[in-house]
Design a protein around this ligand. Structure first.
Ligand code: C2O
Ligand code: CU
Ligand code: CU
Length: 447
């Protein structure tokens, strides 16, 4: 696991590096503070953090704190990129405890920089959450899942083709968990808390365990759910987080269990996308294909305590539909000549696309008129998913606070949120990073 940063004042330095992921895989990439993924930042709710970001990678960059609600000049808007030197971040953590993350946000090269190693966890904790006695220390595992393309020389390469940039996004053939290929972890036969982040550029996972091992979803993007939900599969799009409890003592007659991605349907576009990829000579499984993510090797004994979850995990007062000041359609489409668009347009640095009065509650309707999935992410807020058209309905993570929501082809997903962040310019975008870099992003001004 990558190192941790606990002090509230620290430096985060991005530098280029050849990173040996294993004997036969090298990442010609970037690293934060000498590690891939970047160090896990753990801070207490209410604290003031002071972070100096040093950019030494030789490309424009700026850091965004995904899920954190911070003032506009602290949010990593792409207009704030620096070519070299440092950028000072100071903000206070006045929001729910939860599993957040950080990554670069320069226009057109976010996908490349995240792919080449720049991403890390940002965890907010507090005493109240500690009182729940969730598994801690070695029983709490932050797991960053990413797919990567590895070439014949054993190097991770970022070279999306035109159709990958413009349509599917870049799908890899090799899974890395916390930067490690063919990942496994030794666990005791007890209960673990897995904080999972899908930090992939484009790939969606349908998380499940072998041997039908069930698991409990306790949290998502914006912290703990109101109530725990047991399930045996969970769809996770790029940018989303899932906080899970899994009891390895329930695995019978086996000393290992795989965390897998189960096959799932991509409505409408799946077949065509798979066909495109094969035409392009990609070895990567198509979007929706099944494969293993990592292995847990179970050691019979356990010193972990069993976890008694309260009926109510956390207090949440979600905004109500009746309190919404307005509803905004956000149309997601793909134009043949330009690429992905939001309400018919591609990102322009200076154009304001949506203006929201501070303090207003709004319903945003994400309407996916294209044939590819779009995980839509809004900065400066946490929202509640109201509903989704079609058969899929809401999934367990969507009972909690979200900042990223998967909108499948043909779906309309409505979310509700209150804009309480400081006035100024933020963005919202598709978190398929090739789509984002291709212009599927828009400016959101809180006025
Ligand atoms: Cu994780 Cu604007 O992004
Ligand atoms: Cu974000
Ligand atoms: Cu998209």
């Amino acid at each position: 696991l990558p190192g941790e940063i606990n002090n509230t004042s620290f430096e985060l330095t991005a530098s280029p590096a050849d990173i040996e992921l294993s004997d036969d895989i090298t990442l010609a990439g970037f690293q934060f503070n000498g590690s891939v993924p970047g160090p896990t930042i753990r801070q207490t709710k209410g604290s003031e953090v002071d972070i100096q970001f040093n950019n030494g990678i030789g490309q424009d960059s700026i850091i965004h704190w995904h899920g954190l609600i911070v003032p506009p000049e602290m949010d990593g808007h792409p207009k704030d990129v620096i070519a070299i030197g440092s950028y000072d971040y100071r903000f206070s953590l006045n929001q729910r405890t939860g599993t957040y993350w950080y990554h670069p946000h320069p226009h057109r090269i976010t996908g490349e920089q995240v792919y080449r190693g720049l991403a890390g966890f940002f965890i907010i904790e507090d005493e109240e959450e500690k009182a729940l006695n969730l598994p801690r220390g070695k029983y709490e595992l932050p797991l960053l899942i990413q797919d990567r393309k590895v070439n014949d020389n054993g190097q991770v390469v970022y070279d999306p083709s035109m159709p990958e940039r413009m349509m599917t996004g870049f799908l890899g053939d090799t899974i890395l968990v916390n930067g490690v290929p063919a990942p496994f972890h030794e666990v005791e036969a007890g209960t673990y808390r897995l904080r999972i982040l899908n930090g992939s550029n484009a790939r969606i996972y349908n998380l499940a365990f072998e041997h039908d091992l069930p698991f409990t979803v306790i949290g998502t993007d914006g912290g703990l759910l109101p109530e725990a939900i047991e399930t045996d599969e969970l769809l996770m799009a790029p940018g989303e987080r899932a906080d899970l409890l899994v009891d390895f003592s329930k695995v019978k007659n086996q000393n290992r269990v795989q965390l897998v991605s189960k096959p799932f349907d991509v409505p409408g576009g799946g077949g065509m996308m798979g066909g495109m990829q094969n035409m392009m000579g990609s070895d990567a499984p198509e979007q929706g294909g099944g494969f293993s993510l990592m292995e847990f090797r179970i050691d019979g004994a356990s010193s972990s305590k069993s976890v008694d979850l309260p009926n109510k995990l956390s207090e949440s007062t979600f905004p109500k539909e009746a309190d919404a000041n307005r509803s905004r359609p956000i149309r997601l489409a793909m134009e043949m000549m330009t690429g992905h668009t939001i309400n018919g347009r591609q990102f322009e640095m200076e154009r304001v696309d949506e203006r929201v009065p501070q303090g207003d509650t709004e319903i945003w309707e994400f309407i996916n008129n294209s044939n590819v999935p779009h995980p839509m992410h809004v900065h400066a807020v946490q929202f509640k998913v109201l509903d989704r058209s079609g058969a899929r309905g809401l999934i367990p993570t969507e009972t909690g606070w979200k900042d990223t929501v998967l909108v499948m082809p043909g779906e309309t997903v409505r979310v509700i949120m209150k804009f309480d962040a400081e006035k100024g310019m933020y963005v919202f975008h598709c978190h398929n990073l090739e789509h984002e870099d291709n212009g599927m992003m828009a400016n959101l001004e809180i006025i």
